[in-house]
Design a protein around this ligand. Structure first.
Ligand code: 3H9
Length: 704
């Protein structure tokens, strides 16, 4: 028997222990080990069997690295059948997170016990999959169709106590030692003559389901699915649970799981799963780099951004001091924080006493001397290099030695900011995305002199405040905003070439973007882009460039905040509507500029908008601004709402074929000129070598 899974008899209880760090994933050796252990348990003097895991968690799911490779025996369904058919009760003892296939193993057991801090869930949908080992058939039998649908389509785990109330966990264990408590529970079952409880034997109650329930569930989910098919297939599986005998339901689940496993959506989402974890790793940082303790943080600037960042820290129990220039501004800042928390409370997502606790962790000051003792400062004032330099000079004077001095700048040069202190090694960029308390991305910007321990600490604190971190070197706009330039430019050029705003946005929204670039411009404010462009000195002298955005801003049509921009907005509902006035204006401008308008296909819209992203991404890679192509994908998924089902722009390039992207860019260069369409040397190289960005990442990682 493998050492990864061991079996021992403890009195009259057989104990199967899984030990496959870090998360006890169900690799082949684990599946085989459990199967062999079960066989032993059927032949010895045990009267019940406990299945438990060593380390930090119960089984966290199938081994995702095995997906896409030839299957290895035994499959998980075989293991689950063996558990279910055991002649002695099998008890799952859960701690940490029992997820996906891990929770499905537990559901095949006759009883489930868990410690109070445990969580259980079926997160497969987040990988573009569905629970493929009975989850869609067993959960509805226990918890009902509606609760099952909610759990499986959201993919969110539930606490042990919630699972207990849903019937998914039979017993919450007390006591310090999980295994002792689970053995005691199993002994109790034996003594009381508890039956072999199999979920498959439960009759599913469908009485409370209104007619057409599954159809309307499908419709509702398709609105939020953004190009993903998994939700739809999950509904089909649960429908099968409600209408077919167990084994036929399992068969249906198996077929649909296999379909999803080979889908491009799931490949993209699995790519992102690993990319996200990889992005937190800094290639040249020694593994044992010491971390600086972060027990108290200051935020300079209590605007929307500063307030949102303060909430991120308060949410995980870290005290924050908000610094503003005067009492009024401070009052406004603290007011924004309270308002945001109130919204969360009203949505029922946060109990009121917890809100007060969190708000209690945020204090305010107008005096820099009050932040002399903090471990980390994050400057979040508006984008003025002079102002930022002044602030960092002040911070240098008041902050204790070793304090991390971070700037939340979106564009400014972190090295220049660092030079306004005598401790550039302590200066780093922490680029949050708005609203900072909601958006998951944190771009960590490594200055020329940023020290290793500052970087390691920021990566760790980023994870603690529940952000997904990606490292960028210093350049204008860092990874995300730098790439965005060409995307916005082409969206506007397409208007002159023949599109309406809604045609451009709709094509990109059908692709899966949460919002098209023109609607996004209206949301952010067309005045913002207008002002930012005025500060740029190196733009090509081309009257077509950003023509419509500039015109609309000059007309005072700033977007949603003025009720009109590329679109008109209903003052009550903020619903966007096409504006014939804008369409006329576009036609007039095109004719003034001598652009002959023509019909533009959706395909061209996608290519014109996304290929500049990919091309700039390739330049960012060859300049060493990003460590990996997959980091760029992480930035776009978590910071710019690129659809997860497409895996980020670089993965999308791989899916389309790097050579196809390169050829198209060359074609655009020939039609529209070199200013906007000069292919990145790395793109050319990969196209010529027939390689993908994923291969490029792998080769570099292998060489390290
Ligand atoms: C499934 O189960 C399908 C079945 O229904 C049907 C089958 C027939 N496999 O996240 P962390 C690695 S689908 C392989 O940083 P944390 C991860 O890459 C699966 N590797 O830890 C990382 O590696 P590295 C359903 C995995 O403490 C390391 O473990 N299950 C897997 O922050 C640490 O991970 C899921 O979707 C895996 N399943 O969070 C659960 N999981 O160190 C996915 C993790 O080299 N996992 N790794 O970068 C998670 O959500 C989190 O890992 C967990 C721990 C919450 C468990």
């Amino acid at each position: 028997m493998s050492e990864v899974v061991s079996y021992k008899l403890k009195g009259n209880i057989g104990v199967i222990s899984v030990n496959n760090p870090p998360v006890n994933a169900l690799a082949q050796v684990v599946r085989e080990g459990i199967l062999n252990s079960l066989r032993l348990s059927q032949q010895d003097g045990s009267e019940a069997v406990v299945l438990h895991c060593e380390g930090r968690t119960f089984i966290a799911g199938a081994d995702i690295t095995e997906f896409g490779k030839p299957p290895k025996e035994p499959g998980l369904p075989e293991v689950l059948s063996a558990i279910e058919e055991s002649t002695k009760p099998v008890v799952a003892a859960i701690h940490g997170t029992a997820l996906g296939g891990g929770f499905e193993v537990a559901l095949a057991c006759h009883y489930r016990c868990a410690i109070g801090s445990a969580k259980v869930g079926l997160p497969e949908v987040k990988l573009g999959l569905l629970p493929g080992a009975g989850g869609t058939q067993r959960v509805p039998r226990v918890a009902g169709v509606k609760a099952a649908l909610d759990m499986i389509t959201s993919g969110n785990p539930v606490s042990a106590s919630k699972a207990n109330s849903m019937g998914l966990i039979d017993e919450i264990l007390v006591g310090d030692d999980l295994l002792d408590a689970a053995i005691a529970y199993a002994k109790g079952l034996v003594e009381s003559g508890a039956p072999l409880k199999r979920i498959r034997d439960i009759d599913l109650n469908t009485e409370d389901l209104e007619a057409g329930f599954f159809e309307s569930a499908r419709k509702k989910l398709s609105r939020r699915a953004r190009g993903q098919i998994a939700q739809d297939r999950i509904v089909s599986c649960i429908e099968a649970a409600a209408t077919l005998p167990m084994d036929e339901g399992l068969q249906r689940e198996r077929e649909l799981f296999q379909e999803l496993l080979t889908s491009p959506e799931s490949a993209a989402m699995r790519h992102i799963f690993f990319a996200e974890r990889q992005a937190a790793k800094i290639n040249d940082l020694p593994k044992n780099t010491a971390l600086r303790p972060i027990d108290k943080v200051a935020i300079i600037g209590g605007g929307t951004m500063g307030g949102g960042i303060a909430m991120c820290f308060a949410n995980v129990g870290i005290p924050v001091v908000l610094v503003e220039v005067d009492a009024d501004a401070l009052g406004r800042g603290l007011g924004i924080v309270r308002k945001n928390y109130n919204i969360t409370v009203q949505k029922g997502k946060l109990p009121e006493d917890q809100m007060e606790q969190r708000i209690g962790l945020i204090t305010g000051t107008t005096n820099y001397d009050d932040i002399a003792d903090v471990d980390m400062v994050i400057e979040a004032v508006f984008e003025s290099l002079d102002l930022k330099k002044q602030i960092f000079g002040k911070l240098d004077a008041v902050c204790k030695p070793g304090a991390i001095l971070a700037t939340n700048t979106s564009y400014q040069d972190v090295d220049i900011i660092a030079e306004s202190t005598a401790r550039p090694q302590d200066v780093v960029g922490m680029h949050f995305f708005s609203p900072a308390n909601v958006m998951k991305l944190l771009e960590v910007v490594r200055g020329e002199k940023t020290s290793d321990d500052v970087l390691a600490t920021v990566m760790q604190i980023g994870k603690k405040i529940k952000k997904v971190c990606a490292l960028s070197r210093v350049c204008y706009g860092f990874i995300g905003n730098r790439m965005l330039g060409g995307y916005g430019r082409e969206a506007q050029m397409l208007l002159l070439d023949g599109c309406t705003p809604s045609q451009v946005d709709a094509a990109l929204e059908r692709f899966g973007m949460a919002m098209g670039p023109l609607a996004m411009g209206d949301l952010a404010g067309l005045d913002v882009g207008y002002k930012a462009r005025q500060a740029l000195t190196n733009l090509p002298d081309d009257p077509r460039l950003y023509r419509m955005g500039t015109l609309l801003a000059e007309m005072g049509r700033y977007g949603q905040k003025t009720g009109s921009g590329y679109y008109k907005y209903d003052p009550e509902t903020r619903r966007r509507m096409s504006d014939p006035e804008v369409e006329e204006l576009i036609e007039e401008e095109a004719s003034k500029l001598g652009v002959e308008r023509r019909a533009v296909s959706d395909e061209e819209i996608l290519e014109r908008c996304f290929y500049p992203l990919i091309n700039e991404g390739a330049k960012i890679l060859e300049e060493g601004i990003a460590q990996r192509a997959s980091d760029i994908d992480v930035v776009y998924i978590y910071g710019y709402a690129f659809p997860a089902a497409k895996g980020g722009p670089m993965h999308y390039a791989d899916a389309v074929g790097v050579k196809n992207v390169y050829d198209k860019i060359c074609e655009f260069r020939d039609s529209y000129g070199e200013d906007y369409w000069s292919p990145a040397p790395l793109l050319k190289q990969l196209a010529e070598e027939g390689k993908s960005f994923a291969q490029w990442d792998k080769e570099r990682s292998d060489a390290q």
